[in-house]
Ligand binder design. Structure first.
Ligand SMILES: *Cc1c(COP(=O)(O)O)cnc(C)c1O
Length: 395
C-alpha cells in the first residue's frame, strides 16, 4: 500500500493567481448529484450563470459558456472572428499575449504583434500605428490581454479603444479578462469591447474547467460571415434555448452550480466592494515588497504602481536564487503556495496571487510565510516587510 500523504495541520494558503481558493459556499453548491438534461434546474442554472456574467461584465452581449479552460476561450474567439489566412493584431502585454498569439497562429490565422516590454502595459500608440498601416483594413480583431498574469501588469483598455477609433479601423476589440474580472474595474459595453473572455478559476473563485466568451452583435455578425471551419466553438451553433445546444452537449453541471454560487457571493459583497478589496489587499502586498526590496535583492517586475495588477504581484529575484526551491519551502514548510515566473521570467521571479476569495488575514499570513521562506534561503531583505503590510491594512 502506498504511504498516505502526511497530514497538513491547519489550512494551506493558495496564493497563485489561478487556480484560487474556493469559498465554502462554492464547494457546497457543487456537491450535488448530476441531473437529467430535462430537469428545469439545469436550464435555470445556465440562465443564472449567463445573466450573472452579463452583470459582472456590465454588458448586454450574448454569453457562451464552454467546458474548457481559458485556452479554450482563446480558441473560441480566434475561430469565430477570423478564418485561416485572415489577420488579427495581438498587442504585446507579456507572456500571455505571446501565448495567445502563438495559439492563434497555430490555427492558420495570420498574427501581427506589437512589441512587449516586461512589466509595461500595452502601448496604445503601437496599436494605432499598426492599424493605420493596415490600409486594406484586413485586420479582423485586436486581441488585448487586460491583466497579464505573468508580469502582474494591467493595460488600459479605454486607451486601446481610443487607438482603434483614432485609426478609424473596423477591427473588433477582444479583451481577455481571465485574470481581471471581479478584481479590476471592467465595463464591457461602456469600454466599447466587442468580445470579452474569461475562465472560472481566477477572480470567479471556481475550480478550473469552465470558460466563457461574451459576444456583442457586431462580433456575432462577423462570426456569421466567417467561413472558418469550426463546430464545438461555434457561436452561431450555440445560439438557441436548448441547453444541450448551448453547451454543444452535456453541460458541466457541477461546475455551473459552483459558478452560480460564486456570482451570488460577488453580488452579495457588491462588485464595487470586491474591486476595492482587491485594491486594498494588493496595496498590502506591495507595501511588504517595498520593505523587502530595501535589502537590494528583490524587485517589482512592474515598476510603476499605477500599472500593477490588483490580482497578482510579480517579484524579481537575484541570479543564483533557486525559485523552485523557494516555492517548495514556502509551500511545504510554511503552507503558502505561490506561483513561479513564466516565459522569460522562469526561474527569475515568483508571483504572489491576491485574487478571488481573499481577506486581510490571508494576505498577512501569506506575506509572513513567504518572508520566512525568503529568510530560509538567505535572501537579503529590508526590515519590516510584513510589518509594512500590517500598517498598510491598518491605515
Ligand atoms: C490564466 C490565464 C489564461 C489561460 O487560462 P487557462 O485556464 O490556464 O487556460 C489566459 N489569459 C490570462 C490573462 C490568464 O491569466
Amino acid at each position: 500500500m502506498a504511504t498516505p500523504a502526511p497530514r497538513i495541520p491547519g489550512r494551506r494558503f493558495l496564493h497563485s493567481p489561478g487556480p484560487t481558493p474556493l469559498p465554502e459556499a462554492v464547494l457546497h453548491a457543487m456537491a450535488v448529484q448530476p441531473m437529467d438534461l430535462g430537469d428545469p434546474r439545469v436550464d435555470a442554472n445556465i440562465a443564472a450563470c449567463e445573466q450573472g456574467l452579463q452583470r459582472l461584465l456590465q454588458t448586454r452581449a450574448d454569453v457562451f459558456l464552454y467546458a474548457a479552460n481559458g485556452h479554450g476561450a482563446w480558441e473560441a474567439v480566434a475561430v469565430n472572428v477570423a478564418a485561416p489566412g485572415q489577420a488579427v493584431l495581438v498587442p504585446g502585454s507579456g507572456h500571455f499575449s505571446a501565448s495567445w498569439a502563438e495559439q492563434t497562429e497555430a490555427l492558420g490565422i495570420r498574427v501581427q504583434r506589437t512589441p512587449w516590454h516586461e512589466g509595461r502595459p500595452i502601448d496604445p500608440e503601437a496599436v494605432e500605428q499598426a492599424l493605420r498601416e493596415d490600409r486594406a483594413q484586413a485586420i479582423r480583431a485586436v486581441f488585448a490581454v487586460h491583466t497579464d498574469t505573468a508580469s502582474g501588469c494591467t493595460s488600459d483598455l479605454a486607451a486601446i479603444r481610443r487607438a482603434i477609433d483614432a485609426a478609424r479601423h473596423p477591427a473588433l476589440l477582444v479583451a481577455d479578462v481571465v485574470a481581471s474580472l471581479a478584481a479590476a474595474p471592467f465595463a464591457m459595453d461602456a469600454l466599447g469591447v466587442d468580445v470579452a473572455l474569461g475562465a472560472s478559476q481566477k477572480g470567479l473563485m471556481c475550480p478550473p474547467g469552465l470558460c466563457f466568451t461574451a459576444v456583442n452583435a457586431r462580433a456575432l455578425a462577423q462570426a456569421v460571415a466567417n467561413p472558418a471551419p469550426r463546430y464545438y466553438w461555434d457561436w452561431v451553433r450555440r445560439r438557441g434555448e436548448l441547453s444541450y445546444r448551448k453547451f454543444c452537449g452535456t453541460p458541466p453541471q457541477n461546475l455551473m452550480f459552483g459558478l452560480e454560487a460564486a456570482i451570488g457571493l460577488i453580488e452579495r459583497e457588491g462588485l464595487a466592494e470586491v474591486q476595492a478589496r482587491h485594491a486594498r489587499l494588493a496595496g498590502a502586498v506591495w507595501a511588504a515588497v517595498e520593505g523587502w526590496r530595501e535589502g537590494g535583492a528583490l524587485g517589482f517586475l512592474t515598476p510603476e504602481a499605477a500599472h500593477r495588477a490588483v490580482s497578482v504581484t510579480t517579484i524579481t529575484v537575484p541570479p543564483g536564487l533557486d525559485v523552485e526551491a523557494l516555492r517548495t519551502t514556502a509551500r511545504e514548510r510554511f503552507q503558502v503556495a505561490m506561483a513561479g515566473g513564466l516565459g522569460p521570467q522562469t526561474g527569475r521571479a515568483f508571483r504572489i496571487g491576491h485574487l478571488g476569495d481573499c481577506n486581510p488575514a490571508m494576505v498577512l499570513g501569506a506575506i509572513a510565510g513567504i518572508e520566512a521562506a525568503l529568510r530560509v534561503h538567505g535572501v537579503p531583505l529590508g526590515e519590516g516587510g510584513t510589518r509594512r503590510a500590517v500598517q498598510a491594512l491598518a491605515a
